[in-house]
Each structure stands twice: as C-alpha cells, then as structure tokens.
Design a protein around this ligand. Sequence first.
Ligand SMILES: NC(=O)c1ccc[n+]([C@@H]2O[C@H](COP(=O)([O-])OP(=O)(O)OC[C@H]3O[C@@H](n4cnc5c(N)ncnc54)[C@H](OP(=O)(O)O)[C@@H]3O)[C@@H](O)[C@H]2O)c1
Length: 323
Amino acid sequence: MGLEVGRQLAEKGANVVIVARDSDKLRHAIEYIKQGALNPSTQRFHYISADLASAPESVRIVDEVVSWNAGNPPDTVWCCAGSSYPTLFIDTPVSKFQAQMDSNYFTSAYMAHAALTSWLKPLEAQKSDVDDGIHNTPTARVIAPPGTRHIIFTASFLAFYSFAGYSPYSPTKAALRALSDTLSQEMNLYAAAHPNSPRVRVHTIFPATILTEGYEAENRIKHSMTKMLEEDDEGQTPQVIATKSIQALEGGQELITTDMLTGLVKGSMLGGSLRGGFGRVIMSWFLAGLMGIVMVFVRADMDRKCRVWGRKFGVSGVKRDNN
Ligand SMILES: NC(=O)c1ccc[n+]([C@@H]2O[C@H](COP(=O)([O-])OP(=O)(O)OC[C@H]3O[C@@H](n4cnc5c(N)ncnc54)[C@H](OP(=O)(O)O)[C@@H]3O)[C@@H](O)[C@H]2O)c1
C-alpha cells in the first residue's frame, strides 16, 4: 500500500521519501515511484532503511529528511508500516502480542511523535500569536494563510469491528484509532495559539482487505475459520486503496474508509470522533441507527458460524491449510 501511495503522490508532483527495513526492496520501490513523477526534472526522491519500531530511528528519519529537504520538515507523514499475525488467542505465542503492538501501533506512534515534535516544538519557544493581541479582536485576521501539514495513520476495518482470529492484530489498530482521535483534538491547541503557523491535521485510513504481499503472508498462518468469516470480502488492490484514500484526504476527511461495508460499520462506531460537517453528522446518525440493528444480526450470524465450525472441525484448527 505504501508503495502505491508513494507512486500516486509522485504523480501529483510530490517529493517523496519512503522508509522500510529491506534496502533492496527500497531501491526497487523508489525507482517505481520515480517513474510516476509529474515533473521528473524538479521532483526529488529518497529512501531510508530503518526499523520504525524503534523510537530513536523515527527521530533519525525526520532529521535525515529535514537535511535532505534543505532544512524543511516534511509536509505529510503517512504511516503505512504494519503486519498481521492472525491466529486464535491461545494459539498465539505471547511474544507476538508485543510484536504486533510494535509493528502496528508503535511504528506509527513513534513516527508521529518525531514528526509532530519537529513541527510543533519550535512553536513552544515562540510567543503565541494570540499574545500579540492581534487575534483577540473580532476583526483579527491571520496574517499569512498557513499551509497544512498532515499525519496519516493506516488502521483497518478491524479497528471498528473485530472477529475471531484477529486478537493479536485488532487491538493494535483500535489503539491507533484512539491515538488519532486524541491527537486530532490536541492539534486545536496549537492551531489556536499559533494561527499563523501551518495547521496540523490528523487522519486515519481504515482499509478492509488489501491484496498485497502482507495479505499473502498473513493468509499463510490464518486459521481456516477466520478465512471462512471473511470470505465475502474480495479485497481491493493497493492502487484502489491509495486512490480512494488520497481523494478522501483531498476532500478533507479525517477518518477514511475505502469500501462501502467499512463505511457503514464506521457509521455505527463514531462516538466522539470528528464527523466532518453537518451533512456527515446527519448521515452518520442515520447510519448509526440502521447499523445498530444490522450489527445485531451480523454478530449473531458470525457467532453461529464459529459454533458450526467448532462442531465440524474441533478447536484444534484442523483446516489450517489454504483450502
Ligand atoms: N493487507 C491488508 O489486507 C490490510 C488490511 C487493512 C489494513 N492493512 C494495513 O495497511 C498497512 C499496509 O499493509 P500492506 O498489506 O501493504 O503491508 P505489506 O505488503 O506487508 O507492506 C508493509 C510495508 O511496511 C514495511 N514495514 C513493516 N514493518 C516495518 C518496520 N518495523 N519498520 C519499517 N518498515 C516496516 C515493510 O517493509 P520491510 O519489511 O522491508 O520493513 C513493507 O514495505 C499496514 O499497516 C497493514 O496493517 C492491511
């Protein structure tokens, strides 16, 4: 997914830096992204090999990007790294719970921490724009229209609705959603105190199945019952996910779904999350009522399917192959 996001942002004219651990894969990936450049003579591309599960590495990445970018921090940081280890809870080696949290939550939390620190810490040293007095009058205007910076997390459908076989993974993505909601609220503080500085917006993408290498890898260990429960999800290509995500970001959305089912389930799960305008409030209120009823039946049906599977194949996961 990250590869396609990089490519499509290059096609829109962005300078792009990508991060992963495997340098060989990065070399090929950056060539692919470069080939899509809108203005090949002026756009710049770079890759950094790093393990994002390490907090100091995220700081190093931001420092490297800032010096590569003539002293300017990146405008947009899109956290895509992650992996799924979908096994039944008691079949999961306990070390995997920590590893999944590292891979899915901490990679994003550390990266966001490093990026937000580079964007926002310098503001603390400055006098608040509000202290100037110029923003305390009804006619106060922002002196120069600020640009906007973006942190984008990549969660999952499973952050809204988890089911059997995803205990190591779903909590990590639900945690990401909670982080996203919290940070999005905190950003109001900085925007209000420094209206002349670039505003920071926080977004999260909630894909369902993406047909990627990562998906192939998780399917090799996935319990057959879990495969049965999600068999109606045909998946989307990373190209489609990237296109829909970017379109929604350009439309200013905060919590972004890329397929209809996830959009409906999100409508029933928003709580205090930002809904993005009066029209969307009405729509999510309507969907919440509708989905409140639908989800009762969805849950009952999936519970029944698990019991049928247990009676048929036992708890030992007899059908752990790809059949
Ligand atoms: N595939 C799905 O069905 C699906 C559905 C919903 C959500 N998602 C989420 O969408 C995101 C992308 O998924 P995907 O299917 O595109 O995954 P993928 O094909 O496995 O690609 C993941 C990328 O992240 C990098 N990465 C993983 N851990 C890293 C780490 N600790 N440090 C640095 N780089 C790391 C990997 O490169 P290296 O291994 O070289 O580091 C790889 O380039 C993930 O967050 C995933 O949880 C996926």
